[in-house]
Design a protein around this ligand. Sequence first.
Ligand code: AMP
Ligand code: ZN
Length: 113
Amino acid sequence: MSCIFCKIINKEIPARILYEDERVLAFYDINPQAPYHILVIPKKHISTLLELEEADKELIGHIYLTINQISKDLGFAERGYRVVVNCKEEAGQTVFHMHFHVLAGRPMDWPPG
Ligand code: AMP
Ligand code: ZN
């Protein structure tokens, strides 16, 4: 498996891991776009949001609850945060293992670029 995020899950390449359980992994983005920039990924390899299946519904809920918990633990829950999922190339996806960007710690522009 050549997927870079699967390699992070399998500890074949290092990452600054914040949280891990049997279903998800959260780690700091290597190229942060905000004071806080965290990636939350399922341990199951799902290449894009479009590949989600009915059986993944509970997993998605778990990812969002994990994001909430991280925001409280790191102290940016009160100010707020942005969650971004880029789906396929035109949206800016470069790593084809579905991931949720969590951005916080500065005002966010809208619309995004
Ligand atoms: P996307 O462009 O939405 O596919 O986002 C991929 C993200 O993964 C980018 O923000 C990258 O900076 C980040 N990234 C790529 N490789 C690594 C890595 N080895 N460790 C942490 N983050 C990474
Ligand atoms: Zn993967």
